[in-house]
Design a protein around this ligand. Structure first.
Ligand code: KG4
Ligand code: ZN
Length: 339
């Protein structure tokens, strides 16, 4: 079975082809250079750039997959991220995938982008090497979302907690901006934190006791207050601030996930999304010896269409692909197996 998928939720235009558990292609065009001048994603520019790049990205993904003539039944299904994401960007993905499905005469399967980040943990070297085992706690940490899910099966996802304000990646990006570091901030903050040496500040851990929720905007404000008292930090001070901020985010995520795993009697955790590329975060979670922790390979942490092929595959295998194909910017419910 061959599945073509398209991903355009935010600032990556991507197309991928999966055949019998093997990725034939996964082409990602990132818009980071376009948005970095504005220190964040500009939605109108993002949708225009998706529109401009889509034909090239599609051609590239199909050619690498050996599909040189796009004709009836050259693939068995077309999938796309129908949300959550930027409205204009989602529309580009929707129209491109609908056209592709129509031309091939195959089903169009709209899926939840965050489910993609979860399932990306199954890939190794471009193959489905490690199917998830259930139940598990899913932690999705990206630029737009921070959510914890109780996952009992493919398609059976219960959101047990999410952020009340900033997503973890958003907090990384905002702190980077405060420190005048380039966009996107996550990788820069990680790099500086890894170079920190000596005593630095300590920021509060937003544990949100008694809830499964997160809140990272207060942490960002603590960094901002610290900078008001210590304006114009030199590079060494910036390193210490990055490490202190990163430690606070990581400790919070680790504590909340391990508490949730214990509460729900679950021994497995799968972590996905852009922030899960952070090496310090990976090390910290790997220290949890009584839990089996899964990450996606770094190449599949940020947005890509490979992970969207997997969402479609799992639905097809379960015979549950007849869902709505409308783009939905605030798409909440990732579940498709249960109501
Ligand atoms: O999943 P993703 O590529 O896009 C969304 O769906 O939002 O996540 C992007 C986010 C950005 O906020 C970026 O700064 C953050 O992931 N990020 C990181 C790292 N790499 C990317 N945050 C912390 N450490 C990293 N190494
Ligand atoms: Zn994402």
């Amino acid at each position: 079975m061959k599945i073509l998928a398209i991903e355009t939720t935010c600032d990556e235009t991507s197309a991928a082809v999966l055949e019998d558990g093997r990725l034939l292609s996964n082409y990602v065009h990132t818009q980071i250079p376009l948005h970095s001048a504005y220190n964040g994603v500009v939605p109108e520019l993002a949708s225009r750039a998706h529109l401009e790049k889509m034909p090239y990205v599609l051609k590239k993904a199909l050619a690498v997959a050996g599909i040189n003539e796009y004709s009836k039944n050259c693939v068995d299904a077309v999938a796309f991220s129908r949300g959550p994401g930027l409205p204009g960007s989602l529309m580009v993905g929707r129209v491109a995938s609908e056209t592709a499905a129509e031309l091939a005469g195959v089903p169009l399967i709209g899926v939840n982008h965050l489910e993609g980040h979860l399932l990306a943990c199954e890939f190794e070297n471009g193959r489905i090497a490690h199917p998830l085992q259930f139940p598990l706690i899913g932690l999705l940490v990206s630029g737009g979302h921070t959510e914890m899910w109780l996952v009992r099966d493919y398609g059976d996802y219960r959101i047990i907690g999410r952020t009340r304000d900033d997503a973890a990646g958003e907090a990384f990006d905002k702190v980077a901006k405060l420190l005048k570091l380039p966009y996107p901030g996550g990788p820069e903050v990680e790099r500086l934190a890894s170079e920190a040496a000596g005593e630095g500040p300590r920021f509060p851990r937003p544990y949100m006791k008694g809830t499964w929720e997160f809140s990272f905007s207060g942490l960002k404000t603590s960094v901002s207050y610290y900078l008001q008292k210590n304006p114009q930090p030199d590079i060494n001070e910036k390193r210490l601030i990055c490490r202190a901020f990163q430690d606070a985010v990581i400790e919070t995520l680790v504590r909340k996930v391990s508490e949730a795993a214990e509460h729900f009697g679950v021994k497995r955790v799968a972590i996905g999304g852009g922030v899960s590329a952070n090496s310090a975060l990976r090390r910290a979670f790997s220290m949890l010896k009584d839990l089996e922790i899964r990450f996606s390979e770094k190449q599949y942490c940020s947005d890509n269409a490979a992970m969207i092929t997997l969402c479609a595959l799992r639905r097809i295998q379960a015979g549950r692909w007849k869902n709505s194909i409308k783009a939905d910017p605030v798409l909440e419910n990732a579940s498709w197996r249960v109501k």
